[in-house]
Write a protein that binds this ligand. Sequence first.
Ligand code: ADP
Length: 355
Amino acid sequence: MNAVHPSHHGRSIELHDISKHWDQTRALDQVNISIPAGSFTALLGPSGCGKSTLLRIIAGLETATEGTVKIGKEDVTRRPPDKRDLSMVFQSYALFPHLNVAENIIFGLKTRREPKKARAEKLQAVAELMGLEQLLDRKPGELSGGQQQRVALARAVIAERSICLMDEPLSNLDAKLRHEMRMELRALQQKLGFTMVYVTHDQAEAITMADQVVLLNQGQVEQIDTPRSLYETPRTIFAARFIGTPPMSLFEASVLGDMGQQLERDADTKLLVGLRPEAVRPASEGALKAIVSAVEYLGADTMLDCKIDGELITVRTSGREDFTPGSEIALSFASEDLALFDKATGARLINLKTD
Ligand code: ADP
């Protein structure tokens, strides 16, 4: 990638009180997000939560009903897309059908007056990176969906804009290629220094790539955090359920017996209690008694679904141990690993002592 240099650095994006309504639909509701220059920010959430709408508002393809968009220090709320210095990759990648792959990629180059040699070098470098060297002469109609997607990525990357917006850009790739492309995209973004805003519904993708994850839920910001904080300290039941495969187990405090009762008295409210699968271990004594309801052998790990009073607790154990469905098991955990949520509001109780 030596031929592709950072032409200039990424710029910051500020979204202030952004709302978007269509008749009955409130797609976004008072969204405030600060995206640092040169960062990789993932917009994450289930289908229909407003991710694409938000991205299109940043792009200028959609106008917010209320609120302001700033890029760098400038208010760009009313500025058209081509005046925002950004490149975009969408699920429908809109390649030019009559141009071959090379021409499609080069089309995005910002300075088309650039010497032919420099342009060819950049094309070569990007094509190599995206695994497109053998396909440069083909037309989009002669490519698979995954190949077309890679051409669109190459075109966006070579454009060297200060901001790159991507909406589920890896959705058409198979699992192995998707994994490789995650790493490549992340490395490239860091190397070139542009600001990336990346829409995905895939929490693993957001967590592995982003500096900052914006978790959206029904048009509102649920939590903005680093991947680690989002995983370790989800602020709501929604965030706890959305992040992690398998997700955090959430169950009634009564499962914890006396301890659970004490916690609910201290909190003065009904609780949902959370434990990550890796925070629970099979133990010989002193712990929760459960029944193993399902065993999923994954090679390195074995996931156990355990039932206590009808509540489910997932346990990640070493793949070397054997467990039988239907058998009794004792489980232990460290009290500091318990996450406590107000069952009524969904909010996490942060300062309640758990010991
Ligand atoms: P996501 O990208 O998270 O799947 P979207 O931003 O596409 O969500 O959509 C958010 C909400 O806005 C959805 O309820 C969707 O149906 C609605 N929506 C999106 N675009 C339009 C539109 N052009 N007209 C009316 N409603 C829309």
